[in-house]
Design a protein around this ligand. Structure first.
Ligand code: MN
Length: 426
């Protein structure tokens, strides 16, 4: 079925600014609370939030097999379970409804009042109930930087890294949407030269510039997903800030990997941009440095050219962009990650979230964490207000954005913006 929603020539009758991340070619999915405290599934065009529950009730999705309450929900999980064909039908229909050539809703002010809100009038929610969250470690530049700093510059990558999309199971309970502040975590750290740990606030709170993909029900227990089918089970992506406490991490991570240094919070951009919408931005993945096992070998282009940025804004100050990276730098792509995740028969469900791992490029300004950007704090970053940062200070806001631009159409993810507060006090 063609993705007519992606037609680059389509124009909408809604007024949108030309540099918006949300032209009619995007049509992401999210969940929002209206000013009347009604929660609904919606989409966004320009700075308008569109209530899909209201559109459905008024008959605009007639002919598409949807249950009556599919959009009158506080998560997208059931809609995601309906599968790729339905997502595509709904996106194509939304594009038609808001097409400048279509007068039906354009000339119906009464329906518009029920369906269309200003973004400033709604409050974005977590778009899915996340059953399980996995974080990968799939950027070769990031893994090499971390291995160089913490182990051995001559053997920065562990022997498994070029053969396995390395990952770990995280906590979904602390994944939050953009705008929810995060407290500096307390925990155990081992001061330099000490032989016993101390307890207190983390001194090295960091961001990780990542993307995350959200899956639909993919398989039953025992059933692997072949790499070339994996993308059928990916609903879409968000920008993902995987908050990390480097001092806690360093002390706790041996031998089982990340734990409390990672699970105090991870923040996501609230609109899920569908994999369908990203089709025009496919590109090659980096060439494998070692042969990969057959179950990880894929055909076609499975990476996506998504420009990523991270900025730090001090309280009341101006923002400084500290990193410019790209999702296409990932050594292991999403299809390989999902094929690997299920190769042992591990089930993946609707609303599961898979983080990419920190996405760093080859150059210093493209590193995806303060750990790498400042090289463990040895080279502080100069901020535009004259201060410097080794890691994130209390009351700093970290803002990440992502967008695709192929010269014809530009679509984006909006932003994930989170303020770091001092440690929690009752
Ligand atoms: Mn991470």
């Amino acid at each position: 079925m063609p993705i007519t929603a992606n037609d680059p020539n389509r124009k909408t009758w809604l007024h949108i600014s030309p540099d918006s991340h949300f032209p009619i070619q995007n049509i992401p999915f999210g969940v929002f609370l209206t000013k009347d405290d009604i929660i609904t599934v919606g989409t966004r065009i320009g700075d308008y939030a569109i209530d899909l529950g209201a559109l459905h009730q008024l008959g605009y999705f007639d002919g598409i097999p949807l249950t009556d309450d599919i959009f009158l929900q506080d998560t997208l999980n059931d809609f995601i379970s309906d599968g790729k064909k339905t997502w595509r039908l709904v996106r194509n229909r939304i594009a038609e409804i808001f097409d400048t050539e279509n007068d039906t809703l354009k000339n119906n002010k009464k329906d518009q009042e029920i369906i269309i809100f200003q973004m400033s009038e709604v409050e974005m929610q977590l778009p899915v109930y996340i059953g399980d969250y996995t974080d990968f470690y799939s950027s070769i530049e990031h893994a090499t930087n971390v291995g160089t700093m913490f182990r051995d510059p001559n053997n920065a990558l562990l022997p498994n890294w070029l053969h396995i999309p390395v990952g770990y199971h995280g906590r979904s309970s602390s994944i939050i949407p953009s705008g929810i502040p995060v407290h500096r975590p307390m925990g155990q750290t081992l001061p330099a030269g000490a032989d016993a740990p101390v307890f207190g606030p983390s001194k090295l709170v960091d961001f990780e510039l990542e993307m995350a993909f959200i899956t639909t029900d993919a398989n039953h227990l025992g059933e692997p997903i072949p790499v070339d089918e994996a993308e059928d089970y990916i609903f879409g992506l968000v920008v993902f800030n995987d908050w990390s406490a480097r001092d806690i991490q360093k002390w706790e991570y041996v031998p089982l990997g990340p734990f409390l240094a990672k699970n105090f919070a991870s923040s996501i951009s609230p609109w899920i941009v569908t994999l369908d919408a990203l089709e025009p931005y496919r590109c090659d993945s980096p060439k494998p440095l070692k042969p990969q096992l057959p179950y990880l070998q894929y055909s076609g282009q499975k990476s996506f050219d998504i420009k990523l940025e991270a900025a730090i804004t001090p309280e009341g100050g101006e923002s400084t962009t500290v990193s410019k990276s790209n999702f296409k730098y990932m050594y292991w792509n999403m299809a390989q990650q999902l094929a690997h995740h299920t190769v042992n028969g591990c089930p993946v469900n609707s609303g599961d979230m898979m983080g990419s791992g920190t996405i760093s490029g080859k150059t210093r300004d493209s590193f995806g964490s303060m750990l790498e950007l400042t090289w463990r704090g040895e080279n502080p970053i100069q901020m535009s207000d004259g201060t410097e940062r080794k890691f994130i200070d209390d009351y700093d806001t970290v803002t990440m954005t992502g967008y695709c631009d192929n010269g014809t159409t530009k679509i984006g993810f909006g932003e994930v913006s989170t303020k770091l507060l001092p440690t929690f006090k009752k």
